[in-house]
Design a protein around this ligand. Structure first.
Ligand code: DHB
Ligand code: MG
Length: 223
């Protein structure tokens, strides 16, 4: 690890201890997901808190999450929509979904979350076909090569005022490689160009460093 990375991580640990202590449900959602072999791709606690604050700032009652994994960010969203809110989280892998369901139950939010186990595009297309009520917040955090399709679907399931957030838009800096053959980088770059070109979106992108290494988030608001 480079010295800079060690310092980012040290500062993150300090900030997490100070401002974002996890309760038992969040801590166990993270550790037990790792223990059963899920990749450690969940958001950092301070990023989860950021997503939760964004949800509350938006006054969101309906959140769509594309990519459940072990349900760590799902818990942050579910706690932030309040008891009359609703989170729909899309997960292709039934084993991951089962882990998420356990973690959501332990956090006491299972009754306000639906984990839909299917390829996300199938679920999104079905919602679009039935003109489903728009979501207030959409979090895109699944297979990165499909980010362009997920954004297009998110826009169809949104309204003016909907907040669209995407994780992992920096990828240790790989995003700047215009000749990259990595399908994830290609997907993220195309996604970023779509965000730029869509007149309905006001957007920014922020790099993040810390316990999850070097990555970044896009935050977009539908006008
Ligand atoms: C990967 C995916 C993620 O959502 C993430 O936060 C980190 C890494 C990955 O597929 O490599
Ligand atoms: Mg991610």
């Amino acid at each position: 690890m480079y010295e800079a990375e060690a310092r980012w991580e040290r500062v993150d640990r300090y900030l997490l201890r100070l401002l974002v202590p996890e309760d038992d449900a969040l801590r166990r959602a993270r550790t037990e997901s790792h223990d059963v072999g899920l990749p450690a791709h969940e958001v950092a606690p301070n990023q989860g808190a950021f997503l939760g604050l964004l949800t509350r700032l938006a006054g969101a009652r309906r959140v769509l999450e594309i990519g459940t994994l072990g349900g760590y960010s799902t818990i942050w969203f579910a706690r932030s929509v309040g008891s009359d809110g609703w989170v729909t989280s899309l997960e292709v892998d039934p084993d991951r979904a089962a882990v998420a369901q356990r973690n959501l139950a332990r956090a006491g939010v299972a009754e306000r979350v639906e984990v839909v186990v299917a390829p996300a595009m199938e679920t999104l297309d079905a919602y679009i076909a039935e003109s489903s009520e728009p979501f207030d917040v959409v979090f895109i955090d699944a297979d990165k090569p499909r980010n362009p399709q997920y954004l297009a679907a998110a826009l169809q399931l949104s309204r003016p005022g909907t907040v669209i957030v995407a994780d992992n838009v920096v990828r240790d800096g790989a995003v700047t490689d215009e000749n990259s053959k990595d399908p994830s980088v290609i997907g993220i770059r195309r996604f970023l160009e779509m965000v730029r070109d869509d007149p309905r979106l006001d957007a920014t992108a922020l790099q993040t460093v810390g316990v999850k290494g070097w990555d970044g988030l896009v935050i977009a608001l539908r006008r």
